[in-house]
Design a protein around this ligand. Structure first.
Ligand code: ADP
Ligand code: MG
Length: 676
């Protein structure tokens, strides 16, 4: 008798040698074997007569073997076996290549099922290398596993079957309550049915149960990792001052912005700290939402912190928020890595004393020695750049601090829900009025002269332009790639002689960057040659053209972020993707940019093309690998699993009740290899 811990080599038909092959697939014991799920199925139950098939179709034919196998050696290493079958009406010529084992096992006048591609003409039918099984064994839905050369899917299926047949009932991992409430079958049934479903419905039931459990485990693990949303807070925001602030803005909020503000205020008026994600495409106006909340929290007597991923963005926030709040008496300071030591000291002192109301900065503001007097709200902008850990360390600067995470990265909805599973979500799905759709074109460098002329015309109208290059320094291997620096020099001596060009790249000192950005902001610099440092958040509404060189080098989501830098004012804007790539795949990817302007749509396409693991580097986010759930397809089950996770934690936060023991173990197993 086997149990779940039995080593794979003890299963009948495995042995030492084959066990090695299983080890390579990451399968060591019976438990991991039965959790090695099929990729897909072949339905062998739909048997047909040859006359009911079409030429070239994959079909299952019930047939009797009517001639013995004839063997012929084509050349060394290639043996051909031929024989004839009959389905009662028609003869099928079967050829088998090299599979001596199969050929020798066939018996004349026995009944078989043949699975494979059928080739027909008026007089005859033939099948080349079909899969063949005896009629009593073959007519069922066959599981297809990821296999290796030496370990075929058929062999794996056989061994899984043997293992399942000699296993007792597989111990249940979910409580009856959960199974009933979410309409799930038992683990024992699910495992048996996922490998050998009697019909589609059984396969679907099994998938639902297993996906649910996997996503539930993931969700519970993430919630526990991210800590305590359940603690009550004493930082209650009694009065809502957002209306007062909004009346000072030169525009009216969009419906989506107003809803987000209201949701956040209502969160902060509740018993528990706010823990919310504000997700909005580039240009949807997240800053205004943040500012309204900041204003309200400060007016209620607490301090606020706003953290941005780059110095450019931090100082831009500092400038725009200072401007919006200039007559309010609110004391705002900027803390970044390049602030002078003496100023830093002063800022830190005034923070503890409570003289500073709002601190804006880069990750410099989460350093241990930065202490607040009574921090009430922490907002992090462009969250995907910060790890889960950094987010936590900022929220730990006080008790029950309200947190808002703002993200423009169009994370696919599913992945977002998983990554931010502990957050409530507000979505800005509406752009401020008057925005124009950005026209996007994909061209090669033979268009350069026309592009430059186009830029000059725009500059003549008083508009500005970005030219984006992939990297800064000359790189030997990528000799054909233009470096921003070299490119800027070429342009300023050549096509754009006499124009005011600026250069911005990541290797410049923060002060230099800031100066260039300032000159671009106030219109002195007409054309900004830059690397992706402008990707995040930069807001210069007068810029209407963005040319992206070697566009194939960028990810789609990154291109979308970059493109979001233009089209921010009321003037028609143009994005020109330049690529000399000859790869169809690359060019096709760029066409997605031309077709779609919705960031979510683009990231979904990106995800489809690249797979979730690749999305922003699995490592970076440390999500465990999933065995059966699919981030794109299983959205519905995900939201059920999330609901269930909440219920479980409410009832048993530490998961130490007996009924949750199994889940607790699964979490440990799933997150064992993940580093945060
Ligand atoms: P993002 O969501 O990308 O951070 P921003 O907050 O930078 O967007 O806003 C983009 C631009 O839109 C800014 O220039 C801002 O002043 C402007 N804006 C924001 N909300 C509105 C609104 N409701 N009506 C008009 N303009 C707005
Ligand atoms: Mg922004």
């Amino acid at each position: 008798m086997l149990n779940l811990e039995s080593n794979i080599k003890y299963i009948k038909g495995v042995g030492e040698k084959r066990a090695e092959l299983f080890y390579k697939l990451g399968i060591f014991d019976v438990d991991s074997l039965i959790h090695f799920f099929p990729r897909k199925y072949e339905d062998w139950t739909d048997t047909r007569l040859v006359k009911d098939t079409a030429d070239g179709e994959n079909a299952v034919i019930k047939a009797t073997m009517i001639t013995p196998v004839k063997e012929s050696l084509i050349r060394r290493g290639l043996t051909l076996y031929k024989c004839k079958f009959s389905d009662g009406e028609q003869i099928i010529n079967v050829t088998i290549f090299n599979n001596k084992y199969l050929a020798k096992s066939l018996r004349v006048y026995e009944d078989y099922v043949l699975f494979g591609k059928i080739e027909r003409n008026f007089t005859s039918a033939s099948m080349s290398s079909p899969k063949i099984e005896t009629i009593d064994k073959g007519v069922y839905i066959h599981p297809i596993y990821s296999s290796t050369d030496k370990l075929t899917s058929t062999a794996i299926a056989k061994i899984v079957k043997t293992a399942l047949d000699s296993l007792d009932t597989i111990p249940e991992t979910l409580s009856d309550d959960i199974k009933i409430k979410y309409d799930l079958i038992s683990l024992d049934r699910a495992i048996r049915q996922i490998h050998f479903p009697a019909n589609d419905q059984e396969a679907a039931q099994a998938r639902k149960r297993l996906i649910f459990e996997e996503l539930l485990t993931l969700q519970l693990g993430l919630l526990k990792l991210k800590g305590n949303k359940m603690k009550e807070t004493s930082l209650v925001i009694k009065n809502d001052f957002t209306k007062e602030f909004l009346s000072m803005l030169p525009y009216r909020l969009t419906g989506a912005q107003s809803r987000a503000v209201a949701q956040c205020v209502s969160d902060m008026q509740g018993k528990y700290p706010m823990s919310r994600l504000l997700q909005g495409d580039v240009g949807s106006g997240k800053t205004a939402v943040a500012a309204a909340l900041i204003y309200t929290v400060i007016k209620n007597g607490y301090q606020c912190a706003l953290m941005a991923p780059t110095e450019i963005l931090a100082s831009q926030h500092f400038n725009s928020i200072s401007k919006a709040m200039r007559d309010t008496g609110i004391n705002i300071r900027l803390l970044t890595g390049s602030v002078k030591a003496s100023d830093k000291k002063q800022i830190k002192r005034e923070l503890i004393e409570g003289k500073i109301d709002l601190l804006i900065g880069t990750h410099a503001i989460i350093q241990n020695d930065v202490e607040f007097n009574n921090l009430g709200l922490v907002i992090t902008d462009e969250q995907h750049r910060f790890g889960v850990k950094q987010r936590a360390s900022l929220a730990n600067k006080g008790n029950g601090i309200h947190t808002l995470v703002m993200s423009a990265t169009p994370i696919p909805r599913t992945l977002g829900l998983i990554l931010y599973g502990d957050l409530d979500i507000s979505i800005l799905d509406e752009l401020p009025p008057g925005r124009q759709v950005i026209r996007t074109d994909v061209v090669n460098s033979s268009y350069n002269k026309r592009i430059y002329k186009f830029i000059k015309d725009a500059v003549a109208r008083g508009e500005q332009c970005y030219i984006i290059c992939p990297m800064v320094e000359e790189n030997e291997e990528l000799a054909d790639i233009k470096s921003a620096q070299q490119f800027a020099e070429e342009l300023s001596q050549g096509d754009f002689k006499g124009y005011n060009l600026g250069l911005l790249h990541g290797k410049m000192k923060p002060k230099e960057k800031e100066n260039v950005m300032k000159s671009f902001s106030n219109g002195d610099v007409q054309i900004l040659v830059a690397t992706t440092v402008v990707e995040v958040g930069v807001d210069v509404p007068n810029a209407t053209i963005m040319v992206i060189e070697n566009a194939e080098r960028f990810g789609l989501s990154q291109l979308h972020q970059l493109r979001g830098r233009i089209g921010r004012g009321d003037k028609k804007s143009y994005c020109i993707l330049v690529s000399d790539s000859e790869s169809e795949v690359s060019v096709n990817r760029l066409m997605i940019m031309k077709k779609y302007s919705d960031g979510f749509k683009i990231s979904d396409e990106d995800l489809k093309a690249r797979g979730p693991g690749d999305f922003f580097g699995e490592r970076q986010h440390g999500l465990p690998k999933l065995k059966i759930a699919d981030m794109l397809e299983d959205m519905e089950i995900l939201s059920l699993a999330q609901q269930c996770a909440d219920e479980i934690l409410k009832d048993d936060y530490n998961l130490d009740k007996e009924k949750n023991k199994h889940l607790c173990n699964s979490i440990t197993r799933m997150f064992r290899d993940i580093e945060y």
